[in-house]
Design a protein around this ligand. Structure first.
Ligand code: CIZ
Ligand code: SF4
Length: 303
């Protein structure tokens, strides 16, 4: 039996569902029950009421959030090494230090943070809803971390004062995209629209025709009349974009725009995760309770 059939058999036997992030390998996206961004995946995870196991083909903080929001299900991360470096950049001790420095200012944390860090914030946001969350808060000034580029993007879209913390927080993958590369590709590929992720640096954001999260890029590309797009985010998204829009052309802004952590989830590791039920992601109850509040507040502010 090949690995794909073995995965299908184990999924059935164990009542498991595979949820894959937009940045996963194309072949992993193709065997997943659902492909989406972090918020779409967490919604889907909650809807899978019959599932006993969620295989979260993504990175650590996303699997943690799934475990927090689905305490009755076993959440498996196929590769224990799939850790988001941006989330590692802002440990809870540092979050506490910044809160001490600005004791009266509310803190919005990007979901790309560990559960421990989330316990210290007022509300979470994703790249898809950061502007909406900031505008919904009853405050003129707020702390925003850890992605300084997303903070910059939000600052362009709101009258509120955003204090980005910690200085220099960034996504190493999105920093690989360079303005000059994109401009020279645009010169060669006439009429291409440039779609940029807000984790890219301000200079790259400045040449975008559209700035948005992965789910927003999917919607934009579907509805736009343009036939050609330069995609300035992790390369995995191109697979979904091409699949959903077979008549349109999607060009990577840079072939090396890869998140090595996302790519650690291979077929073989997904099969082993299902077989051995490892690596299970658990969050201590007291941490989960506080982090859940920040995630639930995000959902409440959106509705
Ligand atoms: O929220 C997500 O899934 C991330 C990390 C990126 C995006 O834009 O979808
Ligand atoms: Fe983290 Fe960047 Fe990879 Fe997303 S693309 S998981 S922010 S390192």
């Amino acid at each position: 039996m090949d690995v794909i059939s073995k995965i299908a058999q184990l999924k059935k036997e164990k009542q498991a569902v595979i949820l894959a992030h937009n940045y996963q390998r194309p072949e992993v996206q193709d065997i997943a029950d659902y492909v989406g961004d972090s918020i779409e995946l967490s919604k889907r995870a909650a809807e899978e009421t019959d599932a006993k196991i969620l295989v979260f083909a993504a990175v650590d903080f996303m699997a943690e959030s799934a475990a927090i929001l689905n305490p009755d299900k076993k959440v498996l991360l196929p590769s224990s090494g799939a850790r988001c470096p941006m989330a590692q950049m802002f440990p809870v001790e540092q979050v506490k230090m910044w809160k001490k420095k600005y004791p009266k200012i509310p803190l919005v944390l990007y979901v790309n943070t560990l559960a421990q860090a989330k316990t210290e914030c007022d509300v979470c946001c994703t790249s898809a809803n950061a502007v909406e969350i900031v505008n919904a808060l009853d405050t003129d000034t707020l702390l925003f971390g850890p992605d300084n580029n997303l903070a910059f993007y939000v600052q362009q879209k709101t009258d509120k004062k955003i204090i980005p913390i910690p200085p220099g927080g960034f996504c190493p993958t999105h920093l690989l995209f360079l303005k000059d590369d994109i401009l020279s590709l645009k010169e060669k590929k006439l009429n291409a629209e440039v779609m940029v992720h807000p984790e890219c640096n301000p200079e790259v954001q400045g040449i975008a025709d559209f700035i948005g999260s992965t789910s927003q890029m999917c919607k934009y590309a579907k509805n736009a009349s343009s036939q050609r797009f330069i995609v300035v985010t992790e390369i995995g998204l191109l697979h979904r974009l091409k699949k959903e829009n077979p008549t349109k052309e999607f060009l990577p802004a840079y072939e090396g725009g890869v998140c090595p952590n996302m790519k650690l989830n291979t077929f073989e590791r997904i099969y082993l995760a299902l077989k051995t039920e490892q690596t299970e992601i658990t969050v201590p109850l007291n941490v989960a309770r506080k982090a859940r509040k920040a995630l639930e507040k995000m959902h409440a502010l959106l509705s």
